[in-house]
Design a protein around this ligand. Structure first.
Ligand code: NAD
Ligand code: TYD
Length: 351
């Protein structure tokens, strides 16, 4: 039986992972620590509320006292660290929160793990990171491997790169049993609708413009979120301490291809008088917009036997169905009403 601390478990990937882990490992204790920023939504974990093996703690990863109290109280032996500021566009307009949470927050967790775990080697600290730390590829370049040089281009990727370096240093210097995963772009249920795929689905249905940055030719490597979860599970269970594992879907698409695929799918599922493609609008490009990301997942495939299970077309269709079936969730996010949920649920109780 393991005792997990999942940071950022009320966010998109952390929430999917928490739900996945509790399904697969019902015997484990799971403690979610989340500050519930604009991106954290406790409603996404509503179905877990009655499960006694789960505990939610509203708090900040930078709060070292709180983190240490949780480590000791819960006898934590696994950390899965998702908590971050994660949106590149927000990092361009307001980088401060990225430096604080992504760098100082990771540092705070590492310091607590070092202090509490001492020299234990039966524990693991898994740091969830991104392929964006490797910078941008040209069309003909080989995909990123774990030995690709770090060349972050946005405040977001620079802050994640800094956190990766800290994690590495804690292994080299203190022998803390860390693992790092660098994953490509995720899509799937519960993604906050400011990211490309949910934004396009919802704007299409609401008759709003579908904004495509620049010429729409930038390329991302897309992975269904549950495949990311199985990758993290494989690394947590069988990864070698101190090692880095790239996780990716091997599904490279230009942004315009993504938007057109979504439009075609929606034209079939929710036909309107005109094709949703008519709503596509090319807008001013993002400053420093990375051209292409692509992951070589050879290491995790060869050493841990991981492979993505979902093909892109099926994953996109399932994601569209999820957003169609969860319009309430989307409306509450977009109106900000989801923020009341925590107050309603938790102001009267302590957990
Ligand atoms: P998200 O923005 O949806 O969720 C982040 C969560 O962290 C939220 O619940 C938020 O409330 C919480 N949080 C933020 N600051 C906090 C703090 N100071 N203390 C405690 N909690 C805090 O992000 P996501 O898309 O789920 O990404 C999760 C992780 O995966 C991030 O570390 C991100 O860098 C990484 N990642 C994301 C992608 C992607 O495509 N979304 C791809 C690769 C890696
Ligand atoms: P995003 O979902 O923000 O992820 P990231 O920037 O971390 O890769 O964006 C994915 C791609 O889609 C990226 O190249 C920027 C582009 N994009 C648009 O063209 N329009 C949009 O409205 C958004 C949010 C993103």
């Amino acid at each position: 039986m393991s005792r997990l601390l999942i940071t950022g478990g009320a966010g998109f990937i952390g929430g999917n992972f928490t739900r996945y882990w509790m399904r697969q490992h019902p015997e484990d204790r799971v403690v979610v620590l989340d500050a519930l920023t604009y991106a954290g939504n406790l409603e996404s974990l509503q179905d877990l509320e009655s499960d006694p093996s789960w505990r939610f703690v509203h708090g900040d990863i930078c709060d070292r006292e709180l983190v240490e109290k949780l480590f000791r109280e819960e006898n934590i032996d696994r950390v899965v660290h998702f908590a971050a500021e994660s949106h590149v566009d927000r990092s361009i307009t307001g980088p401060d929160a990225f430096i604080r949470t992504n760098i100082e927050g990771t540092f705070s967790l590492l310091e607590v793990a070092r202090a509490v775990w001492q020299e234990r080697d039966d524990v693991r600290f898994l740091h969830v990171s991104t392929d964006e730390v490797y910078g941008s590829l040209d069309t003909q370049d080989a995909a990123f491997t774990e030995t690709s040089p770090y060349r972050p281009n946005s405040p977001y990727s620079a802050s994640k790169a800094a956190s990766d370096h800290l994690v590495r240093a804690y292994f080299e210097t203190y022998g803390l049993p860390v693992l790092t995963t660098n994953c490509s772009n995720n899509y799937g249920p519960y993604q906050f609708p400011e990211k490309l795929i949910p934004l396009v689905i919802l704007n299409a249905l609401e008759g709003k413009p579908l904004p495509v940055y620049g010429d729409g030719k930038n390329i991302r490597d897309w992975l269904f979120v549950e495949d990311h979860c199985t990758g993290i599970e494989a690394v947590l269970q069988n990864g070698k301490a101190g090692e880095v594992y790239n996780i990716g879907g091997g599904t490279e698409r230009t942004n315009i291809e993504i938007v057109e695929t979504l439009c075609s799918c929606l034209d079939r599922l929710v036909p309107a008088s005109l094709s949703y493609r008519e709503q596509i609008q090319f807008v001013t490009d993002r400053p420093g917009h990375d051209f292409r990301y692509a992951i070589d997942a050879g290491r995790i495939e060869a050493r841990l036997g991981w492979k993505p299970a979902m093909d892109f077309e099926t994953g996109i269709e399932q994601t569209i169905h999820w957003y169609l079936d969860h319009r309430d969730w989307c409306d509450r996010i977009r109106s900000g009403a989801y923020r009341d949920y925590y107050e309603q649920q938790y102001s009267q109780r302590t957990r």
